[in-house]
Design a protein around this ligand. Structure first.
Ligand code: ADP
Ligand code: MG
Length: 597
């Protein structure tokens, strides 16, 4: 093939690569998928320097003959001539069969492969999409694909990559995902020459999960009672509510053995658990099998989106699998290490003393007794799972809004400590209240409540003028929407001046200027700085809440209304960053200190 034919080919592949090969982890994903498609029983992944220097995936799958090996890299060459229209078409078809040519167009690829009944293997090298002569080689049956110098010829893409450690972490995540999806395949992962894991093949997904997590997690897994719906089967393992997280990092969902991230499924999971506070995500390993004809997994090759032909069946099956499993689990007689986590919702991982408070103040469900006034027991009774409403409305279960306007207030203020802490007593003992942390939580939840409509700002009589560093100025400009939602009106003028015209009235600040400057400092010169202009509103709100609560004057004369307001929050017992707002000393604990048993 002459260069003149190869060039448009390479360019087209590079365009395709932009979609398929976002980062080293995308290469690993494609290579592992190919190995799995080839029927591999063992897959070994080796990476160096976050995959940028080297990535190598070796399998014992069916291997390829020399012709196939050449063909798999040349698919473009055999297809029709590439025009812009064709490219558009391809992007809509999801670049089927384009992974290897795409990878080869932005790196140096070496393939060594041998079919099982062949006496010798074949080695092929491609650099930036240009193929070298294939040659025979000695190699074991299967395929080994080595990718070096990723993005060597597309420096612009390389700039988008994060640190080597971050890229390595993404790769490891990919390998773990596939290892979870295919427990029957042995997975070996090496990073910079060091073995990270070697997972033996097993028929039992629980063993694989255990090998990838820790023994605590493995022993608290609750097997899902298999749910069979029309064309759908749902299986897997749940973790107790105590393992509910602020992120979806504990959620692993596989559709026909492919890891997926799908909004519909995420929603169904929440609904299956019933009434979780906003922002909290249950941990689980969910294996969904859907008849291939009923699902399109090829919506986008690099993303894990899917399109269900009969979404309601899938959603209903997931909800029923989860709620049914939780219900039968919670009706078991006594707490065992497996089910003791499913008690009242202690949703963040608090220190033990906080846990007791958390149980006492956890928001109650409508129609049930308020646990805040229930007598304290060392072992909280297992909460019965709320019966599910009829199927139609199940899909719309939102975290419940508290309907009861005035909840009983089982706390009595008995004093203050050093002007810093409020001291309350309740039926269980002494509750130490930290107003600063409480304000942080309250402000955060108000800001989050305003994420759609925005908070009204209070116009400042004297607008504040801020001179900013040009880089900070840009970031602040990019984040104007967030500020506006939070009730802070910023008007930029010139190259670096910002006029602050309003701040939200809920902030009781004596020095608004220092507060705004501190906030800007924090969001521009922190760990977010690289991505500062893309900061999520939630993170922004958490930072704002923290900064303003620290700037506010502590006024313990308002301890009671403040605690009441805190208890109306979705997650009252900790700040957005997980610090306690209340610490409890139970009567038993105090008695024990005095040697009274
Ligand atoms: P696709 O997987 O969509 O077919 P790829 O570009 O990922 O496209 O792979 C092209 C072809 O190369 C595959 O269809 C397969 O025939 C062959 N192939 C790739 N990797 C392997 C492997 N590890 N073992 C055997 N064959 C492979
Ligand atoms: Mg493939």
């Amino acid at each position: 093939m002459s260069n003149i034919h190869i060039m448009p080919e390479v360019l087209a592949s590079q365009v395709a690569a932009g979609e398929v090969v976002e980062r080293p982890a995308s290469v690993i994903k494609e290579l592992i998928e190919n190995s799995l498609d080839a029927g591999a029983k063992t897959i070994s992944v080796e990476i160096r320097r976050g995959g940028l220097a080297q990535m190598k995936v070796t399998d014992d799958g069916c291997g390829m003959g020399p012709e196939d090996a050449m063909l798999c890299l040349e698919r473009h060459a055999t297809s029709k001539l590439l025009s812009i229209d064709d490219l558009f078409e391809i992007s809509h078809l999801g670049f089927r069969g384009e992974a290897l040519p795409s990878i080869a167009s932005v790196s140096r690829v070496k393939i060594r492969t041998r079919e099982h009944d062949s006496i010798e293997g074949c080695e092929l090298a491609v650099e930036g999409g240009v193929m070298h002569e294939p040659r025979t080689c000695g190699t074991s049956p299967g395929t080994s694909i080595e990718v070096t110098d990723l993005f060597f010829n597309t420096p612009a893409r390389k700039k988008f990559l994060k640190s080597e450690d971050t890229e390595a972490a993404h790769i490891e995540h990919q390998v773990r995902l596939h290892a979870l999806a295919f427990p029957t395949v042995r997975f070996i992962f090496r990073k910079n020459g060091q073995l990270c894991f070697d997972l033996p093949a097993t028929e039992d997904a629980r063993l694989r999960i255990g090998a990838l997590t820790d023994s605590d997690t493995a022993s608290s897994l609750i097997a899902i009672t298999t749910q069979y719906g029309p064309g759908v089967t749902v299986n897997g393992y749940l973790l107790p509510l105590s393992e509910t997280r602020r992120t979806r990092k504990g959620q692993f969902v596989f559709l026909n053995n492919r890891p997926i991230e799908d909004k519909l499924v995420t929603r169904a999971i929440r609904d299956g658990y019933g009434g979780l506070p906003a922002g909290m995500h249950p941990s689980l390993y969910l294996y969904i099998d859907v008849e291939p004809a009923l699902v399109d997994v090829n919506v986008h090759p690099a993303k894990r989106e899917v399109r269900f032909r009969r979404p309601t069946d899938v959603v209903t099956s997931i909800i029923e699998a989860i709620s049914g499993t939780l219900a039968s689990h919670s009706s078991k007689p006594s707490p065992t290490p497996e089910n003791e986590g499913i008690q009242t919702s202690c949703l963040c991982k608090p220190v033990p003393t906080l846990e007791t408070v958390a149980k006492a103040v956890a928001p109650s469900e409508p129609g049930t007794a308020n646990p805040a006034i229930a007598p304290f027991k060392t072992v909280t009774p297992i909460k019965p799972i709320r019966p599910l409403p009829p199927t139609q409305s199940r899909l719309n279960i939102e975290p419940e809004k508290k309907t009861e306007p005035s909840t009983p207030f089982p706390f009595r203020l008995i004093g203050t400590l050093r002007g810093r802490y409020g001291l309350f007593e309740n039926e269980e003992g002494l509750v130490v209240f930290f107003p600063r942390a409480a304000r942080e939580r309250i402000i955060f939840e108000k800001l989050m409540g305003a994420r759609d409509h925005g908070l009204p700002g209070q116009t400042l009589l004297d607008p504040i003028l801020l001179e900013l560093d040009p880089r900070d100025f840009t970031v602040v400009n990019d984040l104007q929407d967030h500020f506006e939602k939070a009730g802070i009106t910023l008007v930029p003028f010139g190259q670096r001046t910002i006029r602050v015209e309003s701040i939200p009235p809920m902030l009781e600040l004596s020095d608004a200027k220092t507060f705004i400057l501190d906030l800007i400092d924090r969001i521009t010169h922190s760990e977010f700085s690289k991505k500062a202009s893309k900061l999520a509103y939630e993170t922004f709100a958490a930072e704002l809440a923290q900064k303003s609560s620290r700037m506010e004057k502590l006024d313990l004369t308002h301890a009671i209304p403040m605690l009441k307001e805190l208890l109306r929050c979705e997650v009252p017992y900790c700040t957005p960053s997980g610090k306690p707002t209340l610490v409890m000393y139970s009567l038993q604990e105090i008695a024990r200190k005095f040697g009274i048993s």
